[in-house]
Design a protein around this ligand. Structure first.
Ligand code: 13P
Ligand code: SF4
Length: 330
């Protein structure tokens, strides 16, 4: 089937089966345009939890579909591709526990650690964080969550994105370290796990200098998964939704260079918008989902084969829910 026929069939099947489709901003245009709701990680989880339809197709990466399932266990959540965010894959429960042991060896008691996990992590890691009294955060609320977590007086262990942890620490005037970087974790307020997003690592200070020299007056906009030195030189740092809102408010003639995933930057504005890197910043896992996959998922629901359904054990869900619920309470 060609793309136009696929689009028509998807629309028909979606109506016939009473299925909602949501998509993250990083999805390919053809998939993105099929969605009933589009948003950043937090907005998608919130919207999906409120949506009354029983079946949901989530076009994004694995942890996003899992978050919906944790929040709404009665919903059937399907993903056209269960592609795992490369950063989320950098930490599992064993690595998490090993890092707790490392901190204990450095003289920090487990009871004095308050874990905060970025939503880009598996349900199992969220469950471990929930068990320890910790919270989930997203790029749009990380600062708020860390302010609240610090009220406990405990050391913050931030997993898995070292850049987001470091950027929040700089923003709040706190000290941070990355486990294994040689610094004494006891002297840090925020101890970061050594994970990162390879897509956002592409943006460099040299890219900012290049654009500032080429177009004096250009604004630099980046996602907090970028390196701290890149965020420090940016005019605006925010989640995907915050970036979209910021750019929408700018006069059309204002030039901007944006440091986040290509698909999103490409559809921001027709003119005066540049990708802050000479290498195309494409998220390989977000780009795995195709129109054909979306169609196949709908057909598998129609034929009651229910392929690529997200399932989470009750034990994992219970503790992961605690960590996600704390975020919503804050
Ligand atoms: P947002 O929550 O800002 O949409 O970010 C998700 C993500 O994976 C960014 O790389
Ligand atoms: Fe994960 Fe990075 Fe892709 Fe976002 S851009 S989904 S953090 S690999």
């Amino acid at each position: 089937m060609d793309n136009e026929t696929l689009k028509t069939e998807i629309k028909k099947l979606k109506k016939e089966l009473g299925v909602s489709i949501v998509a993250h901003f990083y999805q390919k245009d053809e998939v993105f345009n099929m969605a009933d709701f589009k948003g950043d990680s937090l907005e998608l989880a919130k919207w999906a939890a409120k949506d009354e339809k029983k079946n949901l197709i989530f076009c994004g990466v694995g942890f996003m579909g899992q978050s919906v399932k944790i929040l709404s266990p009665d919903k059937r959540v399907f993903m056209p591709k269960i592609a795992c965010c490369a950063m989320a894959r950098m930490i599992d429960v064993d690595y998490f526990d090993q890092n707790i042991k490392t901190l204990e060896k450095a003289g920090i008691n487990k009871e004095d650690i308050m874990p905060v996990t970025y939503i880009n992590s598996s349900a199992e890691v969220k469950a471990r964080v929930g068990e320890m009294g910790g919270t989930v955060c997203t790029s749009s609320n990380a600062k708020k969550i860390i302010i609240k977590a610090r009220e406990t007086g405990k050391k913050i262990l931030f997993v898995p994105d070292r850049c987001l942890g470091q950027n929040i620490a700089i923003d709040m005037g706190l000290k941070s370290c990355v486990i294994g970087d040689g610094a004494d974790p006891k002297s840090a307020d925020i101890i970061c796990y050594n994970g990162f997003c390879s897509v956002h690592q592409l943006f460099e200070v040299e890219d900012i200098e290049f654009y500032k020299n080429k177009f004096p007056g250009i604004l630099i906009v980046t996602h907090p998964e970028c390196k701290p030195e890149v965020c420090a030189k940016s005019d605006f740092v925010g989640s995907t939704s915050q970036i979209i809102r910021y750019i929408k408010e700018l006069p059309l003639e204002q030039k901007v260079a944006v440091g986040t995933e290509f698909n999103m930057v490409n559809r921001l504005r027709e003119k005066n918008t540049f990708v802050l890197s000479s290498t195309k910043p494409e998220c390989p896992t977000m780009n795995e989902t195709t129109l054909q996959d979306l169609y196949n998922t709908l057909i598998s629901i129609k034929e009651k084969r229910y392929e690529n359904e997200i399932t989470i054990s009750n034990e994992v869900r219970g503790n992961a829910y605690k960590a996600l619920k704390r975020m919503f309470e804050i």
